[in-house]
Design a protein around this ligand. Structure first.
Ligand code: NDP
Length: 493
């Protein structure tokens, strides 16, 4: 693990140097080793990638359904073949557990197969219009937007890229991708694999690396026809503003402050496992983290005692070690942010039941213990703002109505968990919570077949499922006259 690699952008099927000499280091957060660097992209780097994608669009959009399907299936096979390598790269970038990143990489091929099969089986529509006494024939086709500008975060880099790239390519678009400056290498290697091992034409998938400013240039580029973004709500608003100015369609997958509600009838063993899964897995660095734990007062004391014991037993360590349960946070600034919120919670009146420190026996400066904040109230900042770390804020609720009101008293609406053995209550509460995803007696499970996205400030649009294809294409309605006569020109028919 001591080699250092210098990468370039990947445009039109090759690595190309930046017009700038500024570079960004890529660091392994476990021990702080700098193991790679990438260019900090410029406006002319972005211009070049967008021009390439524009040119490639003219041929990619014309590919036949079976050609598109075959190409996406080949991408899937290449991902399967390189899952171990790509998973390891992901862990070296963001410090998340190898078993999680490798598992994600192993699953990504299925997204390309799913959207590949939709590319082949999708059909247009005929509409039974009644104008001119039925003497008009109307049909609807789907057309790609053109060049997609995609910006992704550091927590699950290739997975969140795939959620955009697979439907975008299936719909006939081409792609310029700006990965997070923390995690650019897996995208570059992925692009190289696609060139070497699949028939995907050069120029269809391009990667420009850089910091947030490079993302802003891409977002505001007038050669972009659609923006796809995953990241924080603050940056999402900027991307949305740029899309609004250009009148471009945009999909935004943003942050969350997701509630997990534990009712008295819940199976507490399962609920504790589910809350651990929701907030300590991935060191809490997931958009759907179950960071607000709303516990009914009848089970509050038992839950807090057992959950805190469980937090103490989480095994922290080397993310490459398959026995480790929690790795470091992804970089030091993120660590500082998490620690800041823990201190803030204490100042606001919460009690730190456990956690918040870097254990002495671990290297680097990015480890933080799983943290349990109790006696949190929903108005506190630790209950309202996304921490993006392993910090559970435990809030006591009186009854079902209080649980629903508290769950919905947030700017966010990405996900929620409900723990109850009462089937009627499960449906009632799932229906009443304002969130794009609700799990009952489970947490943090997703499928390529089911839509994912946020209510309220958690986003716009949906990824995954058949409906995600519509994020990357527009309908065209074609009218053919069958009567041979034009209606009264001064009346709308
Ligand atoms: P950021 O919003 O900071 O960054 C996301 C991406 O946007 C990065 O590539 C970043 O580049 C880029 N960027 C930064 N500034 C701009 C700008 N002005 N214009 C365009 N692009 C810009 O989020 P994080 O990377 O910190 O990721 C964590 C966030 O992502 C959390 O809020 C999390 O909830 C959310 N997220 C949402 C998911 C969902 O599906 N809803 C899934 C996963 C994460 P750079 O890294 O170089 O700054």
């Amino acid at each position: 693990m001591s080699s250092h690699t210098e990468y370039d952008h990947f445009v039109d099927g090759e690595f190309v140097a930046s017009t700038s000499t500024e570079r960004i280091d890529v660091v392994y957060p476990y021990d702080g080793e700098v193991w790679a660097s990438v260019p900090d992209g410029t406006a002319s780097d972005v211009d070049r990638a967008v021009a390439t994608a524009r040119e490639a669009f003219e041929t990619w959009r014309e590919t036949s359904p079976s050609e598109r399907r075959e190409t996406l299936y080949a991408v899937a096979d290449a991902l399967d073949d390189h899952a171990e390598e790509l998973g390891t790269l992901e862990t070296r970038q963001n410090g998340k557990l190898l078993r999680e990143m490798e598992g994600q990489a192993q699953g990504l091929g299925e997204w390309f197969r799913y959207y590949g099969s939709l590319a082949e089986t999708d059909r247009g529509d005929t509409v039974p219009v009644e104008n001119k006494d039925g003497q008009l024939f109307n049909y609807v086709t789907h057309e790609p937007y053109g060049v997609v500008g995609a910006i992704t975060p550091w927590n699950s880099p290739l997975m969140l890229t795939t959620w955009k790239l697979a439907p975008a390519l299936a719909a006939g678009n081409t792609f310029v991708h700006k990965p997070s400056e923390q995690t650019p290498v897996s995208a570059l290697r992925f692009a190289e694999i696609l060139r070497d091992e699949t028939p995907l034409p050069d120029g269809v998938y391009n990667v420009v690396t850089g910091a947030g400013e490079t993302g802003a240039v891409l977002t505001n580029h007038d050669g972009i026809n659609k923006l796809a973004f995953t990241g924080s709500t603050a940056t999402g608003r900027k991307v949305g503003e740029a899309a609004g100015r250009a009148l471009n369609p945009v999909s935004l997958e943003l942050g969350g402050k997701s509630p997990t509600v534990i009712f008295p009838s819940a199976d507490l063993d399962n609920a504790i496992n589910g809350v651990v899964k929701g907030i300590f897995a991935a060191t809490g660095q997931t958009c759907l983290a179950g960071s607000r734990v709303l516990v009914h007062e009848d089970v509050r004391d038992e839950f807090v005692e057992r959950f805190t014991e469980r937090a103490q037993s989480v095994e922290l360590g080397d993310p490459m070690d398959r026995d480790t349960q929690m790795g470091p946070v992804a970089f030091r600034d993120q660590w500082e942010k998490v620690r800041h919120y823990i201190d803030l919670g204490a100042e606001e009146g919460a009690e730190i039941a456990f956690g918040g420190d870097q254990p002495d026996d671990l290297p680097g400066d990015c480890f933080i213990q799983p943290t349990v904040l109790v006696d949190v109230e929903n108005h506190m900042q630790v209950a309202r703002e996304e921490i993006f770390g392993p910090v559970a804020s435990i809030i006591t609720v009186e009854d079902e109505a209080d649980a629903i009101e508290t769950a919905n008293d947030t700017d966010f609406g990405l996900a929620a968990g409900v723990w109850t053995e009462d089937m009627r209550q499960a449906h009632r509460v799932a229906g009443a919570i304002d969130a794009g995803t609700v799990w009952v007696n489970e947490y943090r499970t997703i499928s390529l077949r089911s839509p994912f996205g946020g209510f309220k400030d958690s986003g716009l649009g949906r990824e995954n499922g058949a409906e995600a294809l519509n994020e990357y294409r527009q309908s065209k309605s074609v009218w053919i006259d069958l009567s041979g006569e034009v209606d009264d020109p001064f009346t709308m028919g």
